[in-house]
Design a protein around this ligand. Structure first.
Ligand code: ADP
Ligand code: MG
Length: 237
C-alpha cells in the first residue's frame, strides 16, 4: 500500500498508509477500536474503495472491477470475526465451493483438497456436518480451511478469535501459528499477544487511521515508543 487515504464522509479513516508485506511475512495489526484496522484489511481486496494511493498484490495494482478484480481477490484469503460459513451446506461443501466455482476444479479434485485442508486444521471428522453443529473454534478453523482452499497468496485475519469462547481461542491461534511457520504471508488483526510473540515478524500499531509505530513484537510489547501505544497497551495488558 502506498499513500493510501480513505474517508467515510468527514471521517478521515486511513491517513497516508504506506505498508509493504513481503512474501512469507507475518504482520500483526494492532490498535484501538475504531482506528481503521478492519477498513485497512478490507481495502486490500477492495471490499472498500480508497480515495488516494495505490495497492498492489504481488506486483499487480488492484483493478477497480471486473474479472481482473475477481482474479486478484481470489489471491487474498480472508477470515473474519464472524465465520460467515454457508449455513445450509456441509462443512466439506463449504470448503469445496471456491475451488470448483472459482478455480475450475473437478468435484473429485475439490473434495480431495478440501479433505486435506480439513485434516490440516483438525476438523476432518466434522466434514459431513452442518456448520451450526460445530463449536465456534471448529467453525473458525473451517473458515480458515475454506480460505486456504483458494490457494491464496496472502491471508488476512480480522480479529479471528474475538467472537470465540476463551477455551477455543488457542485451537484457532495454533492453526494460525502453524500456517505462519509454513511460510504463509499473513496480515493479522489481533490483540492476542501470544500469537504476535510466537508468529509475527512485525507489529504495526494503528491509531486514528495512522501507522504510529512499527516494530518487532518483543520491542512493541516491552518497550512501546509512542504515548498512544503505551496508553493502548496499558488498557489491554
Ligand atoms: P477498527 O477495525 O480498528 O475497529 P474500523 O476500520 O472498523 O476500525 O473503523 C474505523 C472507523 O471508520 C470507525 O470510526 C468506524 O465507525 C468508521 N467506519 C467503518 N466502516 C464505516 C462505514 N461503512 N461507513 C462509515 N463509517 C465507517
Ligand atoms: Mg475491526
Amino acid at each position: 500500500m502506498s499513500g493510501v487515504n480513505k474517508h467515510f464522509g468527514d471521517l478521515h479513516v486511513l491517513k497516508d498508509i504506506d505498508l509493504t508485506v513481503h512474501p512469507g511475512e507475518v504482520v500483526v495489526l494492532i490498535g484501538p477500536s475504531g482506528s481503521g484496522k478492519s477498513t485497512l484489511c478490507r481495502t486490500i481486496n477492495r471490499l472498500e474503495t480508497i480515495d488516494e494511493g495505490e495497492i498492489s498484490i504481488d506486483g499487480t495494482p488492484l483493478p477497480a472491477e471486473g474479472k481482473a478484480l475477481a482474479k486478484l481477490r481470489s489471491d487474498v484469503g480472508m477470515v473474519f470475526q464472524a465465520f460467515n460459513l454457508f449455513a445450509h451446506k456441509s462443512v466439506l461443501s463449504n470448503v469445496m465451493l471456491g475451488p470448483m466455482k472459482v478455480r475450475g476444479k473437478s468435484k473429485k479434485e475439490a473434495q480431495d483438497l478440501a479433505m486435506a485442508l480439513l485434516e490440516k486444521v483438525g476438523v476432518a471428522n466434522q466434514a459431513h456436518k452442518l456448520p451450526a453443529q460445530l463449536s465456534g473454534g471448529q467453525q473458525q478453523r473451517v473458515a480458515i480451511a475454506r480460505a486456504l482452499a483458494m490457494r491464496p497468496k496472502v491471508m488476512l485475519f480480522d480479529e479471528p478469535t474475538s467472537a470465540l469462547d476463551p477455551e477455543m481461542i488457542n485451537e484457532v491461534l495454533d492453526t494460525m501459528v502453524a500456517l505462519a511457520k509454513e511460510g504463509m504471508t499473513m496480515i493479522v488483526v489481533t490483540h492476542e499477544m501470544g500469537f504476535a510473540r510466537k508468529a509475527a515478524h512485525r507489529v504495526i500499531f494503528l491509531s486514528d487511521g495512522q501507522v504510529v509505530e512499527e516494530s518487532t513484537p518483543e520491542e512493541f510489547f516491552t518497550n512501546p515508543q509512542s504515548d498512544r501505544a503505551k496508553d493502548f497497551l496499558g488498557k489491554i495488558l
